[in-house]
Ligand binder design. Structure first.
Ligand code: ADP
Ligand code: MG
Ligand code: MG
Length: 373
């Protein structure tokens, strides 16, 4: 536990620190909820220590977060949104006026107002939640679509660059311990047989058919806070990986995380399938907010994006297994192998359902369009 009173003193809080406790179920950063006294009223804030093992340049990261949140806030205020300050994260400045502050141990911290009367969910409980989360991610992309100025910093270079992920896998295959390579033989074969898919989206970006946009890149359900009363998506959080990317990465990862019938490391492969009712909910939500700026090529690849991001994720688990389990935390031997097997089973399920998924995309896109016209 860090000394949160000391952290509080680094920021321009304009309220008196009372106490703080670890908060939330995030796996990357250290998150604390801190209570303050503001003229007799209790208010709370989030203090977060950025994990600099994952994010090598926390200042570059915070410059992105600062620009993106300021832009989103000004768009919301211009539109006279009644809850502008609840609809985007906002950075509380440090005492020297930056959006971040370093503690005595060299850790980089940030502070956000606590978004009240809303919370994130680790597991999807209803179609409504999937729809609202997808809508919120679409709104986030829309709010940041016209961010001017320099290109955002890449907080994790080549994060969703699938050809690079494939190269990393190929290198890991060559360098792997022979026993591990043997244990993963069928999965290696599966990945290499899909190598043609790895280039599809990056080729579309290079040709200009798919534009580079500001994307979130970690579009799990628990990174959207849903209103406690209405279940409406209130605020997209966890902006660490917000950087230049394709909307297909964001939507593909929504499919990967929200649509499977099982958990990420399910070992009974027969149980693994893609829930088209969940996909329908995601599409309804996402297209209701994003269809105003998406181009046809992006829409036409939404179903495929689910396959691509699932393949990519499986390849990352496989690479980590071959490298000796150095990146992802494992809870048992072969955990990464099981995770990869499960992701690849989902890829197969998506391949089978792709025509159905494509139809769903076009139907819902058409419906959203005719509702707008
Ligand atoms: P991680 O990268 O570790 O997942 P997050 O930024 O997602 O970190 O934060 C961890 C958790 O803290 C979130 O899942 C959410 O429950 C909570 N949280 C973060 N920011 C806020 C906020 N401004 N208001 C309320 N809760 C928040
Ligand atoms: Mg998170
Ligand atoms: Mg995160």
């Amino acid at each position: 536990m860090h000394d949160l009173r000391a952290i509080a003193s680094l920021f321009d809080m304009r309220a008196d620190f009372v106490h703080a406790h670890p908060y939330g179920s995030g796996h990357i950063n250290d998150t604390y909820c801190a209570w303050y006294d503001l003229s007799g009223k209790r208010v709370r804030f989030i203090h977060q220590r950025i994990n600099h093992n994952v994010f090598k340049d926390p200042v570059a990261l915070m410059k992105n977060v600062e620009r993106v949140t300021q832009h989103a806030l000004s768009r919301l205020l211009e539109a006279n949104h009644p809850e502008a300050y609840r609809r985007t994260l906002t950075c509380i400045p440090s005492v020297d006026g930056s959006a971040w502050a370093f503690d005595a141990d060299g850790n980089c911290w940030r502070t956000y107002p606590f978004i009240e009367r809303a919370r994130g969910y680790d597991e999807i409980e209803s179609l409504m939640q999937a729809q609202e989360a997808a809508k919120a991610f679409g709104e986030f992309q829309k709010l940041t679509a016209d961010l001017g100025g320099e290109r955002l910093n890449e907080t994790i270079p080549n994060f969703h660059h699938t050809p690079t992920r494939l190269e990393n896998l190929e290198k890991a295959i060559v360098a792997a311990d022979p026993d591990r390579r043997e244990a993963a033989a069928d999965l290696i074969e599966f990945a290499l047989s899909r190598s043609g898919d790895c280039h599809k989206v990056t080729d579309l970006i290079e040709s200009g058919a798919v534009p580079e946009r500001v994307t979130h890149n970690d579009t799990k359900l628990n990174n959207v806070l849903l209103d406690d009363v209405t279940s409406e998506g209130v605020c997209v959080i966890d902006l660490d990986t917000t950087m230049p990317g394709s909307v297909l990465y964001d939507f593909g990862d929504m499919i990967r995380t929200a649509c499977p019938t099982t958990r990420e490391d399910e070992v009974d492969l027969r149980k693994i399938d893609l829930r088209t009712d969940r996909l329908e909910a995601l599409l309804k939500g996402y297209l209701s907010s994003a269809s105003s700026f998406l181009n046809q090529c992006e829409i036409d690849h939404l179903a495929f994006s689910g396959k691509l991001l699932t393949l990519e994720c499986g390849m990352r688990f496989l690479t980590d297994f071959l490298e000796g389990d150095v990146y992802f935390k494992i809870k048992r031997p072969n955990h990464n192998l099981d995770r990869c097997r499960s992701q690849f089973a989902l890829v197969k399920a998506i391949e089978k359902r792709l025509p159905e998924m494509e139809d769903l995309v076009q139907t819902i896109a058409g419906r959203v369009e005719s509702a707008v016209v």
